[in-house]
Ligand binder design. Structure first.
Ligand code: NI
Ligand code: MN
Length: 227
């Protein structure tokens, strides 16, 4: 069975694994490029990579409506519980857990992670999902780091990498990331949402195609692909 991956804009990603629906970094209601509103999505699981508003987004609103379990680093799960929402599963970087939808490991990310109210959010993370015989790496907000090579050694079918620059890797470093990870396919994310992160994803994809063995896939918000 394949995994359906939908990019809703910015860093918000939907993953459909069999009957399970995961939603990553659900920044929708304040996102000018969002391809869905919070009430249109009904995930059973929500992943939060770090505490910034453009990633926590509508997580609590959606979770309170659907009862979704929120998975994140320990500190963010504690913050979620402090907001009065109990259904969380804390993990931390390097740790994986076997869920009904697959094995989810938290990965290193070089970034910040204060919560929207200024609370401590711990370390930011990315996600590595192993399911249906496939591996999907969601780097989340991060700068380039050489240990991406270690993640790549697992054999990545799809990587979703930020290319926006300013807050995360820009096009040059994201291209270097592709060379370290060597995924079968790569999707650029975290660009064009704000003026500070305007990029040309097609120009970047052309460089990926010319300089690596990876197939670049440029999605429009709302587009899906199967892994
Ligand atoms: Ni951020
Ligand atoms: Mn961000």
């Amino acid at each position: 069975m394949s995994i359906k991956v939908t990019w809703y804009g910015h860093a918000c990603i939907g993953l459909e694994v069999g009957k399970y629906r995961l939603l990553v970094d659900p920044y929708l209601s304040n996102n000018p490029l969002a391809a869905a509103t919070p009430d249109q999505l009904s995930p059973d699981t929500i992943l939060i990579s770090h505490g910034h508003g453009d990633h926590v987004g509508d997580a609590l609103t959606i979770a309170r409506r659907t009862g979704a379990q929120i998975i994140s680093v320990f500190e963010i799960c504690s913050w979620i519980q402090a907001q009065g929402y109990a259904n969380v599963h804390p993990q931390h970087i390097g740790g994986g857990f076997h869920y009904p939808f697959g094995y989810l490991k938290l990965t290193l990310a070089l970034h910040g992670s204060a919560m929207p109210d200024g609370s401590y959010g711990g370390n930011p993370c990315g996600f590595l999902l192993t399911s249906e015989g496939k591996k999907i790496y969601l780097a989340a907000d991060t700068g380039l780091f050489y240990d991406m090579k270690l993640i790549g050694e697992e054999g990545i079918d799809l990587a979703m990498l930020p290319i926006g620059d300013n807050f995360t890797m820009g096009p040059d470093d994201a291209l270097r990331a592709v060379k370290l990870i060597q995924p079968a396919r790569v999707v650029p994310i975290h660009y064009d949402t704000f003026d500070l992160i305007r990029q040309d994803p097609h120009a970047w994809a052309a460089r990926v195609a010319a300089e690596t063995q990876t197939t670049p896939v440029v999605l429009a918000p709302g587009d899906s692909l199967s892994v």
